[in-house]
Design a protein around this ligand. Structure first.
Ligand SMILES: [Zn+2]
Length: 557
């Protein structure tokens, strides 16, 4: 800012009519971009995982830069920061114990807590309830009139006709639902075991997205111990799962030109830390510096703030700069901002998302995703800056933060220099960044913004989606965007795609899917599992909660 001010004085003296001369000289911009990426992608910040000290340091750095430019603080409480909470990856504590009869068994070797187990203990006598299935539709009831009060329910994980896609009990395979039946009968703990050589053991991987029972539940992994699972044998369970709530922080600042329309410029500041869920690294733990993903986007965002503050041609809008956190965990930060906007969504003109802009290759091709979100984006191929080649895709839904804005009917595009072999690996490092490319993209965006000046507020259009579930292993799609921040029971819809099964059946944003066909949907995993059962052309009754009330719609895949 100091440099810019000095040049401003010089420029006024020499050539008062040259508006561009107020901008930072190109060489200084290159230095600044490099300085910012080097800091954000340094080992000091340990990969900037949301909720960690490294994220906090990145947040502080960006907030200080926003302050230097003179942005107005548009986070919470007149600060640049907007915080949100999320469930951290659950971890096993040290006090997981199980004793069955006189047999004291070992965690991980002989048993493991179920991912949906409560943390806590239970001491009682075992009662075997067979498969623990309650299926009035099939005249099957493993419980009858029995009371399980004060008992540990022992449940075999198979079903009367086995575990396979054609089992007529498929709607009742879900172990969480079986445990809930046992709890409803009074069980104080659940002991799952597998006595069917054909049935696969359940997944024991903990997940922040799994729903949680009200009692402890464990799975006996060591099959030899099943001989101790006998009615009235005493059983003591202690499950120690640490489920922490963490805080992530967005950084938000407004360049206030006193105009009614606000352009949002966003880039995610977080990355994978030492190798979060999204890591593609195999081997020793290592810091994932995320230079391209997405120190590059944040550096361009901060440069745009410096430049737009100085450009007379940029006074047609206000500009809201948001460095999002929680992107890598599922667009948490942008999802949160759009649900708790710090200025009215109705005032937003359009959104520009910068995610991975540091690897412009020799072809000079820059990807711009989401150009179907407004006819105004026809402009992207008319803007000429150097020899950048623009490659566009239309969909407003993609794996980055522009999606959250598209879902609020805001025209939104995503700048992206493409994926590479270092993507989500510790080798996404600073020395591989193309700073000249970042510089050219910065200038390109500035030209694009000014060329849209006379368009006023640009219109929004819905885009056609390809396959929103984005997973080739599914034969069908519902055509919805799940809300990944939702942590209640079921799958909440954050957006529906026109012309796809969900939209055709009248499903709406905000609906919570709790069953597809006969399959209950308790969480994202259940949703995916349920989808996997259908083929193109199949019909299914989809049960949803709409404003708290159950409704059923018929979907054709
Ligand atoms: Zn990214």
């Amino acid at each position: 800012m100091k440099i810019a001010a000095r040049f401003l004085t010089v420029a006024l003296l020499l050539a008062p009519s040259m508006a561009k001369a107020q901008l930072m000289p190109d060489a200084d911009v290159l230095d600044q971009l490099k300085y910012d990426v080097k800091y954000l992608a340094s080992d000091l910040l340990e990969g900037r995982e949301t909720g960690t000290e490294g994220e906090r340091m990145a947040v502080e750095y960006i907030a200080a830069k926003f302050g230097n430019v003179g942005l107005m603080p548009y986070g919470n409480k007149a600060s640049y920061l907007q915080t949100f909470t999320f469930k951290a990856e659950p971890v096993l504590g040290t006090a997981n114990t199980l004793q069955v009869g006189r047999k004291r068994v070992k965690v991980n070797e002989d048993f493991a807590p179920m991912p949906f187990s409560a943390a806590g203990s239970a001491l009682g006598k075992i009662y075997k309830v067979g498969y623990g299935i309650l299926a009035p539709d099939l005249n099957h009831d493993d419980y009858g009139e029995v009371s399980l009060a004060g008992r540990i329910a022992a449940i075999a994980i198979s079903s009367p006709d086995g575990i396979h896609p054609h089992s007529k009990y498929i709607a009742h395979h879900d172990l969480f639902a079986r445990a809930e039946h046992a709890i409803a009968k009074g069980a104080i703990g659940i002991l799952f075991y597998n006595d069917d050589p054909q049935a696969e053991d359940p997944t024991l991987k903990l997940s922040p997205k799994a729903p949680v029972l009200s009692v402890p539940a464990v799975f006996l992994t060591n099959k030899q111990l099943q001989e101790h699972v006998i009615d009235n044998n005493p059983c003591a369970i202690n499950v120690d799962i640490v489920r922490e709530e963490r805080t992530g922080t967005n950084v938000v600042g407004l360049l206030d030109n006193g105009k009614p329309n606000v352009v949002v410029i966003g880039a995610h500041l977080d990355h994978l830390g030492w190798g979060d869920e999204g890591s593609l690294h195999r081997g020793e733990r290592a810091i994932h510096n995320g230079a391209d993903d997405n120190a590059s986007g944040v550096a361009v965002l901060m440069q745009l703030a410096r430049d737009l503050a100085e450009m007379d041609e940029a006074r047609a809008n206000d500009y809201l700069f948001i460095a999002f956190s929680g992107e890598e965990k599922g667009l948490y930060g942008s999802n949160f901002w759009t649900k708790h906007p710090t200025l009215p969504i109705a005032e937003l003109n359009y959104m520009i998302n910068l995610d991975m802009v540091g690897r412009l290759d020799s072809s000079g091709a820059i990807g711009i995703n989401g150009v179907g979100t407004s006819p105004a984006w026809e402009e992207v191929s008319r803007v000429l800056v150097g020899d950048l080649k623009v490659r566009t895709t239309t969909s407003g839904i993609g794996p980055s933060d522009h999606t959250s804005f598209y879902l609020q009917d805001v025209p939104a595009i995503h700048f992206f220099t493409g994926t590479h072999a270092d993507y989500h690996k510790p080798s996404d490092d600073e020395e591989k960044i193309n700073y000249d490319g970042m510089f050219r993209i910065t200038r390109y965006i500035e030209s694009l913004i000014t060329s849209l000046n006379d368009d006023g507020k640009v219109p929004f259009t819905k885009t056609e989606e390809v396959n929103t579930e984005n997973t080739p292993r599914f034969k069908v799609t519902l055509g919805v965007v799940p809300d990944y921040l939702y942590d209640g029971k079921g799958m909440r819809i954050d957006g529906v795609t026109d012309g796809k099964p969900a939209a055709n059946a009248g499903l709406r944003k905000g609906d919570v899917v709790i069953a597809i066909g006969a399959l209950p949907v308790t969480d994202m995993m259940g949703y995916m599992k349920a989808l996997g059962q259908f083929n193109k052309g199949d019909n299914a009754a989809v049960k949803v909660l709409r404003e708290g009330k159950e409704e059923v719609v018929q979907v054709t895949f």
